[in-house]
Design a protein around this ligand. Structure first.
Ligand code: SAM
Ligand code: CA
Length: 250
């Protein structure tokens, strides 16, 4: 993770910039990714996370779940920043939610929103067994109206240490406009899947799935909004192609 790397890289002379071509992602092969999972990630995965990952693998939409390496990264990040008050938009069966809940102190809080309660309830027994359900305030329904209500109340301004956005990609820019008000100075907002399948650098006429086109449009909007806010520093990390996230620090 780096600070303010976007501007500085653009300003670097060509000779100093990363020159290698041919890598599909930060990781060079599926076999390498599998090796990392098996040697570093799975051995450190807490038992409840493993249980939830295995339950979710049987779900017809299992592709939506956060990967084990990203779950572990979230967990570590939350501990590093001593997060206490957090929010998650897009819960599905709760893998990233459980990673968050396990990282927070006993009196930590997560406002968790999803339009689908059924999927959340698949993971809930595991979350309860792990002893962290008391940290979660789950709200069923679209997230935007909840955020609007919080902004209207006024009392939530600058109260969130960490916010993880992993829901409807075409609303990311609308979330961003509202979350800027709710995140603490020095807090983090994480937007998942922002480099989706590398579509952000694909040529304009490249054949692309709708989801990838939406991601690209969103990214442009956020870049413009970031450019207007000079007090921001930008931190990003990339994992495998399907689970990429950007973290923005305020
Ligand atoms: N973070 C989850 C995990 O670790 O498994 C994965 C989330 S999944 C990629 C996206 C979720 O966003 C789905 O469960 C979907 O129901 C939810 N969603 C879609 N539109 C939404 C909206 N407008 N408000 C809240 N949640 C929404
Ligand atoms: Ca995701």
């Amino acid at each position: 993770m780096a600070t303010n790397n976007q501007t500085t890289e653009q300003q670097q002379p060509q000779a100093l910039r990363h020159q290698e071509v041919g890598h599909k992602s930060l990781l060079q092969s599926d076999a390498l990714y599998q090796y990392i999972l098996e040697t570093s990630v799975y051995p450190r995965e807490p038992q409840p996370m493993k249980e939830l990952r295995e339950i979710t693998a049987n779900h017809p939409w299992n592709l939506m779940t956060t990967s084990a390496d990203e779950g572990q990264f979230l967990n570590m990040l939350l501990k590093l920043i001593n997060a206490k008050n957090t929010m998650e938009i897009g819960v599905f069966t709760g893998y990233s939610l459980l990673a968050t809940a396990l990282a927070l102190p006993e009196d930590g809080k997560i406002l968790a929103m999803d339009i689908n309660r059924e999927n959340y309830e698949i993971g809930l027994p595991v979350i309860e067994k792990a002893g962290v359900a008391h940290k979660i305030d789950f709200r069923e329904g679209p997230a935007l109206p909840v955020l609007d209500q919080m902004l209207e109340d006024g009392k939530y301004h600058g109260t969130y240490d960490f916010i993880f956005v992993d829901a409807d990609k075409d609303n990311y820019i609308n979330y961003h406009k509202r979350l800027l008000d709710l995140v603490k100075i020095g807090g983090l907002i994480g937007y998942d899947n922002t480099l989706w399948n590398g579509s952000v650098v694909a040529p304009a006429d490249a054949p692309m799935r709708k989801a990838s086109r939406v991601c690209r449009k969103w990214r442009e909007g956020v870049r413009q909004s970031l450019a207007r806010r000079e007090r921001l520093s930008f931190a990003g990390f990339k994992m495998d192609d399907e689970s990429t996230a950007r973290f923005v620090r305020y």
